[in-house]
Design a protein around this ligand. Sequence first.
Ligand code: PTJ
Length: 247
Amino acid sequence: MIIPKDHPRYESLILREKIIEGFRKGIVVEAGLIAHGRGEALDYLLGEKTHEQAVKAIEAGAALLLLAERPVITVNGNTCALSAKELVELANACGAKIEVNLFYRSEERAKKIAEVLKENGAEEVYYVPEAELDNLSSERRKVSMATIESDVVFVALEDGDRTKALVEKGKKVVAIDLNPLSRTAREATVTIVDNIVRALPILIKKIEEFKKKDRKKLEEILKNFNNEENLRIMEKILRRGIREIEL
Ligand code: PTJ
């Protein structure tokens, strides 16, 4: 499908094509197409831009990932289709391991996703389950030792339960989710309410910038960030988006 560059919704249509291509390659599941549509609708209401509040969350997330001793970046079908290169760059920037973690798990798809990440520069990708989170019943309970041993986990476009399970296990979670009302958003330590394709390049840039700061300064950035308050403001922005459409 050729999308004309002057189409008013060019960027959004390109993302749709990426998800469809991911689906055809067996990386994205059918439910992933629906999840993407939900994200599109929320992004539309948020004005398809990175809000100041999201930048604050990105900064807190960058600080948390840099302060981590054993960070892990987890990848699913949708995030791989949309942002494989940036996910690898993120892992390299903060010295994190990369794990494939799927809701609709199949070993074949996990392997395919790992291959795409490797094509995008990842040296090692943990995609074979080595352990289980005993406080989670979905397929996402199947994790590698990287997650078991981690202190900070990055998640994006997730279904909610795993973030809660990880936090219960004493991990800190950095999440990207366009829905400020979702369970993932509410359970995470730092929630970035933004589209993953816009948020990741900024997160990588901030990590590179923050590497020059000492631990104390990073701890201060984190201390001054209030996730609940941030989500409240993002919810207000979302409501304003709905009101503006009504006018
Ligand atoms: O590949 P799998 O098997 O792990 O499955 C992945 C999906 C996405 C199907 C699975 O995790 C799922 O069903 O997710 P949910 O419950 O639909 O949640 C996805 C969340 O991500 C929703 O809150 C969406 O609004 C949000 N979202 C969708 N697209 C984007 C997004 N957030 C940020 N950027 C996006 N591009």
